[in-house]
Design a protein around this ligand. Structure first.
Ligand code: AMP
Ligand code: MG
Length: 484
């Protein structure tokens, strides 16, 4: 079987951009590529033959190039914890853009593929556990309907990587609408090369917003589109209890996809101050701070576009501010739409925001499990189960039932909406850790079960009984680590 027959169909529009935006280089070969997981569904969606892919792990490891690839590392900058840094793909190689059967373009990137001109002190490599984690969380997010990059495969390299301990190395094949980040625009703008910013803008509009190509103020129109996507994205994160963990501007994709699964995790207990990342000491990227940080990141994005907004400097700043100022309301509207569905509401009332906020306050006070509390609303309505634990939750439930009674839909319809809007299964931190530990030790069964469970998040089955349960002790001390 050759890699050609896998169905690779590359175009390389990023490689046609001006030179400072990337460095051409091939992935560094690894000792002993061995396929660990392959995402058959995603392969099929990309027009790739899973069997042929599985037979060519050397391609997924970077030891051989698929036909038509023009490998490169992308340059970008970013604000990391608020500080501006020049970065770039320090351990990733973009192979090219796979044109799917639907004509859509998907970046195919190897992560953990060796050193690049942007590696700084890093080794360019990745460990198996964190790459499998990215695979699991990406699949969960996708199944939850949240825009996300996804992993096509993870291959073990047969080489050690040195972190706090010696770990098995791996390469992840990441699929994205594009890998252009807010930080990519910051990189171009920081060079003071407005032609470069313009080329990047053209590239992104062609890829993500082709209808804006002829817009009179296309930079502003693109800013507006990105603000809208990010408002939608962070609203959906909050609705499922997701904490990204490292929302630096280099981890903020203009496509509106969730990208760079590092120290991310889902809430167990509802607490807006939740931080999982071991290095986020000040809670900059805490669960409840994510909308504010998104807006901060978008302000950095707007700054990088100012040279392309018409009417002179002051007018450009005013116009960009005007677009940024729409963020809080757009976020709140999208969040409210998500919460209405999660509360079984088909109609809109003035007090719905307060009703949703009231539930969250009561959950926080009760230190209740976020996902399970929402998932059981349908059961409580259907079965008239015993009331929840605290006085606050009790009072909230009375208000909720009164609100449901004010809409025309009957109970069966409401229960159906609750069930399709509230996941039963999220990738629970304790089960993710358990599955990764087993996988790294050579047993892939728990990982396969976990992936199967997170791919069907809205149904309760005997197989996913464990995956629907909160952690035994509330999971309060869960910590995730950067430097993955
Ligand atoms: P991240 O926090 O994973 O988004 O990465 C931030 C920056 O560090 C990016 O430029 C990465 O390419 C780079 N980086 C992370 N890990 C490594 C590594 N092991 N070797 C080289 N560069 C890395
Ligand atoms: Mg990153």
């Amino acid at each position: 079987m050759t890699s050609a027959s896998a169905g690779w169909r590359f175009d390389n529009s990023y490689a046609r951009l001006p030179a400072p935006l990337f460095s051409r280089l091939a992935p560094a070969p690894v000792r002993q590529p061995r396929l660990v997981v392959l995402n058959d569904d995603l392969a099929a969606a990309l027009g790739l033959d899973p069997a042929a892919l599985g037979e060519t792990p050397e391609v997924l490891a970077g030891n051989a190039l698929p036909p038509g690839a023009e490998p490169l590392a992308q340059a970008y900058a970013g604000h990391q914890y608020g500080h501006f840094v020049n970065l770039g793909d320090g351990r990733a190689i973009l192979l090219g853009e796979q044109i799917g059967p639907d004509g859509r373009r998907h970046d195919i990137q190897l992560k953990g593929s060796g050193r690049t001109p942007y590696s700084r002190q890093g080794d360019g490599r990745a460990a198996l556990g964190p790459m499998l984690r990215e695979y699991v969380i990406g699949e969960a997010m996708h199944a939850l309907g949240i825009p996300t990059t996804r992993a096509l495969a993870v291959v073990a390299t047969g080489e050690p990587v040195y972190r706090e301990t010696v770990l098995p190395g791996a390469v992840l094949t990441r699929v994205a609408a594009s890998h252009v980040r807010v930080g990519t625009f910051q990189f171009a703008a920081a060079l003071g090369d407005e032609a470069l910013v313009a080329a990047l803008l053209d590239h992104c509009i062609a890829r993500h917003d082709p209808e804006l190509a002829a817009a009179p103020e296309r930079a502003l129109a693109f800013l507006d589109a990105v603000v809208g996507r990010q408002a939608e994205l962070v609203a959906r994160w909050l609705a499922v209890g997701f904490v990204h963990g490292v929302m630096n501007t280099d981890n903020c994709a203009v496509s509106g996809e969730t990208i760079d699964y590092g120290p991310c995790a889902f809430l167990d207990v509802y607490d807006p101050a939740t931080v999982f990342s071991s290095i986020d000491h000040h809670g900059r990227y805490a669960y409840g701070n994510q909308p504010a940080i998104t807006q901060w990141n978008l302000a950095r994005f707007a700054e990088s576009l100012l040279g392309h907004v018409g009417g002179g400097d002051e007018a450009a700043v005013e116009a960009a501010r005007g677009v940024l100022a729409t963020f809080p309301d757009r976020f709140r509207q999208r969040w409210l739409a998500a919460m209405r569905a999660k509360l079984g509401l088909f109609t809109a009332e003035e007090g719905d925001g307060a009703l949703a906020d009231g539930l969250l306050a009561a959950l926080a006070e009760a230190r209740a499990d976020y996902t399970q509390s929402l998932a059981t609303l349908a059961d409580r309505l259907a079965a008239g189960s015993p009331p929840p634990a605290t006085a606050a939750l009790d009072a909230w439930e009375a208000a909720w039932r009164a609100r449901l009674a004010r809409q025309p839909q009957g109970q069966a319809e409401v229960v159906a909406l609750l069930r399709r809007s509230n996941p039963q299964v999220i990738p629970r931190n304790h089960l993710v850790e358990e599955a990764l530990a087993a996988a790294v030790a050579g047993d892939l069964v728990p990982l396969e079960r976990l992936v199967a469970a997170v791919r069907q998040p809205f149904v309760a089955t005997p197989e996913n009984a464990r995956h629907r349960q909160p952690p035994p002790a509330g999971g309060a001390c869960y910590r995730t680590f950067c430097g993955t």
